[in-house]
Design a protein. Structure first.
Length: 94
């Protein structure tokens, strides 16, 4: 994390916050060094247990992209279109 805060809902339990933070860290890792596809999918599944609606996912994803430059949406698109064992994103929105 580079000096920004993750978008979180203070109404979430500690376990829910951990699941969401783990997803943001996975997105960062996909851009910075690459992450195993299965690890990313596991974190996304736990994220979706907390963030059930697509609208909330989009809102949080946009907030995260604004502060970090990393796109949850693009990472998940990449996961869906490839079977590569490691997801490594190119570039970063500045």
């Amino acid at each position: 994390m580079e000096g920004y805060t993750y978008p979180l809902d203070l109404d979430w339990s500690q376990a829910e916050m951990v699941a969401v933070v783990n997803m943001w860290e996975a997105v960062e890792k996909a851009y910075e060094e690459g992450i195993e596809r299965e690890q990313l999918l596991t974190r996304y599944q736990k994220f979706k247990e907390v963030v059930k609606s697509i609208g909330e996912e989009r809102m949080l994803g946009r907030e995260f992209e604004e502060v970090s430059g990393y796109s949850l949406y693009r990472v998940m698109q990449e996961v869906r279109k490839t079977t590569a064992p490691v997801i490594k994103m190119k570039g970063r929105k500045v």
